[in-house]
Design a protein around this ligand. Structure first.
Ligand SMILES: [Zn+2]
Ligand SMILES: [Zn+2]
Length: 468
């Protein structure tokens, strides 16, 4: 049963008062809460001025596009949302469609200024370990935040910020956990999926009725989470990923980020990044993103290598805590697959692919979707299916999910070779923040809006294993 618990417990040590923080760290709030709206071209933050410039270069005027089929650059900034949206004031006035999304753009504008405003962003402060006698509910963001002891999320902006930060680790935890809201009962999990998840949960949890204490972790194999095609998620600070571990107190996680766009920590031989120029009262152009206190972690070993002998590709390894290690491999999955091929085990391994874009046209091969292209997902999906491990995939909108799912049909080595384990639908731990596309501000998506899962068809029963 869910136990309602005090909201104040388990938070990290309270940060000093604003005055003290200013003295200790030398920053001050730049923008007040009632001063968050600025047209992008006049933003006090250079990153947002640049964001507006990129939109001006990439986005077409919707009126010119519709009436004349011409891509004319957006030069006019809407005074209500502050985004460059049309080629001219006249076309902005003519466009009745704009008011349908102007409000969302205005919200995005204020959110982007707020996050850089220097205010204390309490929703970015992570709670510490979960007491073993208190149950977390994974029904949705609200109940999760409440039962996990996050700061009270009183405004929609706090919800947007916290959900955007936590969507990647919580999409993993919210799917694998025994209290996941994706279940057989609500038909988000299929009978095959229930078997796959039951296998993983024998490693992630203790047998029903036994306490999830650290002693129960002894002799358990580590759970390996492979994030294939990793991009933004690989640049999240490790203490954000550690939130997964705190929901599985008896499990040990090895996180693998694999893909050509994996983000690397700074190499020890790299020159230090230049520090920003000193800020004074006359300079209002420095972003002041408030850094919440991060737990110290238990870093025992941190290796950053450009070319790791063990893998033969650029890689790094971080032993962050007794429960969490992170390996980054900057390469295509197919190149590293032979090193792992014989080790995959459906009880201890799972794959997560965040917005892989299977159904998008290949940027390297003409007339080909990415799922069929040899340079993108073509060879990868059959390899993942061959492992018989669970494969979870997210998408940033209903259309994106549908496009990716449809692309499975007719893909060589994929079509007819998999079983559904999680049916396509919304993800309870998707981001609630709208991300605006630079190539067209009319396009707005939410990271990890949807989730679904498949697994390679099992045609034989491996000796010693349950028939998964
Ligand atoms: Zn126009
Ligand atoms: Zn507008």
């Amino acid at each position: 049963m869910l136990r309602i618990i005090s909201r104040s417990r388990r938070s990290l040590p309270v940060a000093p008062s604003p005055t003290c923080r200013r003295q200790l760290f030398g920053w001050a709030t730049i923008l007040a809460e009632d001063n968050l709206f600025h047209p992008l071209s006049k933003s006090p933050f250079p990153q947002l001025v640049d964001f507006g410039k990129r939109i001006r270069t990439l986005a077409p005027c919707p009126v010119c596009l519709k009436s004349q089929d011409i891509r004319r650059a957006v030069r006019h900034e809407c005074e209500d949302c502050g985004f460059p949206t049309h080629c001219s004031h006249e076309h902005w006035q003519q466009d009745n469609e704009h008011k349908k999304y102007c409000g969302r753009l205005r919200t995005a504008n204020e959110d982007e200024h707020d996050v850089r405003s220097g205010r204390r962003i309490r929703e970015f402060e992570m709670p510490g370990p979960q007491p073993s006698d208190e149950t977390v509910s994974l029904a949705n963001w609200d109940i999760f935040w409440y039962t996990r002891g996050f700061t009270s999320m009183d405004t929609d902006r706090q919800r947007r910020n916290a959900s955007k930060l936590l969507t990647y680790p919580m999409s993993v935890a919210g799917t694998l956990h025994q209290h996941s809201s994706l279940t057989l009962r609500n038909q988000r999990v299929t009978p095959e999926g229930a078997r796959s998840l039951a296998a993983l949960r024998t490693v992630l949890h203790t047998p029903s009725g036994t306490p999830e204490t650290q002693a129960a972790a002894i002799n358990k194999p580590p759970m390996r989470i492979f994030i294939v095609g990793a991009r933004a998620e690989s640049s999240l600070p490790p203490h954000i990923w550690e939130q997964v571990c705190m929901l599985f107190p008896t499990a040990v996680f090895q996180l693998y980020f694999i893909g050509p766009e994996v983000s690397f920590p700074r190499h020890p031989d790299d020159p230090p990044t230049p520090s920003p120029p000193p800020q004074d009262s006359s300079s209002r152009s420095i972003s002041a993103i408030w850094k919440p206190p991060a737990p110290p972690g238990f870093i025992t070993r941190k290796t950053v290598r450009r070319m790791d002998a063990a893998y033969g590709v650029p890689s790094y390894h971080l032993a962050y805590s007794p429960q969490l290690s992170i390996t980054g491999l900057q390469t295509n999955f197919s190149d590293i697959y032979p090193r792992f091929q014989d080790t995959f085990d459906p009880y201890t391994d799972a794959f997560f692919l965040f917005s892989p874009g299977f159904g998008f046209p290949s940027p390297t091969t003409d007339d080909c979707l990415q799922i069929n292209s040899s340079a993108e997902w073509g060879p990868v999906i059959p390899q993942l299916l061959d492992s018989k491990c669970a494969i979870f995939v997210t998408g940033f909108s209903p259309t994106d999910v549908e496009r990716d799912v449809r692309s499975l049909e007719g893909a060589e080595g994929v079509s007819g070779e998999f079983d559904w384990i999680v049916t396509p639908g919304s993800n309870p731990f998707g981001s609630e923040k709208w991300d605006i596309a630079e190539f067209d501000p009319r396009v707005m998506v939410k990271t990890n809006w949807g989730i679904w899962g498949i697994r390679g068809k099992r045609r034989d029963v491996k000796e010693g294993y349950l028939a998964l």
